[in-house]
Design a protein around this ligand. Structure first.
Ligand code: 5GP
Length: 188
């Protein structure tokens, strides 16, 4: 499909089809790894992981339960503060459950380090992390990501759930945002 690229996007990093293929491959791996486990709870981190979570859940060849948490993100900036605030907690008690956290992107790793620790305290039977994107160069926290979609360079990306100031989430591809967009925004 020939779609026009949004003018605020410098270039498309990952086409929609490429994302779909990778999500299916991850889902196949997860289906295999949890083959002997009756229970599997996917926990999506709102809002960035929504597209990934939905596509992942649909691609799994097994029963799966879904829950969501919401945490504070960058807001209008492109840099992490390192401070994570829980805006919406789980609806489910994860004690004794097999939990897989589904995240959009691991940057410094501080968010996932916080989540892993906070979830571990609730005594799940197992806890793993799946992230669509990772920027290995930027890692500050030593956090193990069990399933990674793509390693990407240190650029600010949007689309397929990822936003800047609540925009671009519905782009079907992942693209690098023109720096002028966030520079202008910071000045206004
Ligand atoms: P970390 O705590 O790993 O530094 O940051 C993770 C969170 O920062 C992600 O869940 C996401 O909300 C945000 N983030 C990090 N890098 C990017 C990026 O390139 N684009 C967007 N839109 N958000 C990002």
């Amino acid at each position: 499909m020939d779609r026009t690229v949004h003018p605020d996007i410098a270039y498309v990093l990952l086409e929609h089809e490429r994302i779909q293929q990778r999500v299916q491959a991850l889902a196949d791996e997860i289906t295999r790894d949890y083959a002997n486990t009756q229970d599997l709870l996917l926990v999506g981190v709102l809002k960035g992981s929504v597209m990934f979570m939905v596509d992942m859940a649909r691609s799994l060849q097994r029963h799966v339960a879904l829950d969501f948490i919401a945490i504070s993100s960058y807001g209008q900036s492109t840099q992490t503060s390192g401070v994570v605030r829980l805006l919406k907690d789980l609806d489910t008690d994860i004690g004794g459950r097999h939990v897989l956290i589904v995240e959009d992107i691991v940057d410094s790793g501080l968010t996932l380090a916080y989540l892993r620790e906070s979830f571990q305290r609730r005594n799940p039977a197992s806890l793993r992390i799946c992230a669509l994107l990772s920027k290995p160069e930027r890692r500050q926290a030593d956090v193990t990501v069990d399933y990674t979609g793509f390693d990407i360079p240190n650029e600010f990306v949007v689309g397929y759930g990822l936003d800047f100031a609540e925009r671009y989430r519905n782009l079907p591809y992942i693209g690098v945002l023109r720096p002028a967009v966030y520079t202008q925004n910071a000045e206004s």
